[in-house]
Design a protein around this ligand. Structure first.
Ligand code: PNS
Length: 165
């Protein structure tokens, strides 16, 4: 039986930290469905179409990855896709409270839901979409923290110019 995990998130935008978790997850699962969901606590910088494009380009080398979007509850989506687990990355203790609360709420909403946490590589411990967007907004060099397509999109968004590196 093929083991499927859903890797949910806002992916606004995808970072190398997300990709690190996906690569780790691929060692445990046969297939990972990377799903963009709505986080009501966040206002997104990139449109859904832009986020899909960046994920698709960044993950094109993996043939056991699917990219999808869903507008409702994560547990409903996981059930619909017959997923064995929800995959989430844990960077530091600061992530724990939010992740723990979300995993327990998801289990409460559907008692069959299992969340698997993977620890991110040390080099991505400080990386988040939010902090990268902030650095990029003020002209900071975010090379190496995000896939090249994301770097390009961030430059276009904040400088209207993606031609320079
Ligand atoms: O990358 P993020 O923003 O930390 O991801 C959070 C996300 C999108 C996975 C979470 O907000 C989510 O699952 N949203 C869909 C609605 C839902 O099911 N919420 C959790 C239980 S109330």
């Amino acid at each position: 039986m093929s083991r499927i995990a859903i890797y949910p998130g806002s992916f606004d935008p995808v970072t190398n930290g997300h990709i690190d978790i996906i690569e780790r997850g691929l060692k445990l699962f046969d297939k990972i469905i990377v799903t963009i969901l709505h986080n009501p606590a966040k206002t997104s910088l990139f449109s859904l179409a832009e986020r899909i494009e960046m994920l698709t380009e960044s993950l094109k080398i993996y043939n056991t990855i699917e990219i999808d979007t869903y507008g409702g509850l994560l547990v409903d989506y996981a059930q619909k896709r017959k997923a064995h687990a929800i995959l989430r990355g844990m960077r530091a203790v600061s992530d724990f409270e939010y992740e723990f609360q979300m995993a327990l709420m998801n289990r409460r909403l559907n008692r069959d839901t299992e969340t698997v946490f993977l620890m991110t590589g040390l080099r991505w411990i400080f990386t988040s979409s939010s902090i990268i967007k902030e650095a990029a907004r003020f002209g900071g060099n975010i090379k190496g923290m995000v896939p090249p397509i994301v770097s390009k999109h961030l430059k276009t968004k904040f400088r209207g110019d993606a031609s320079q590196d």
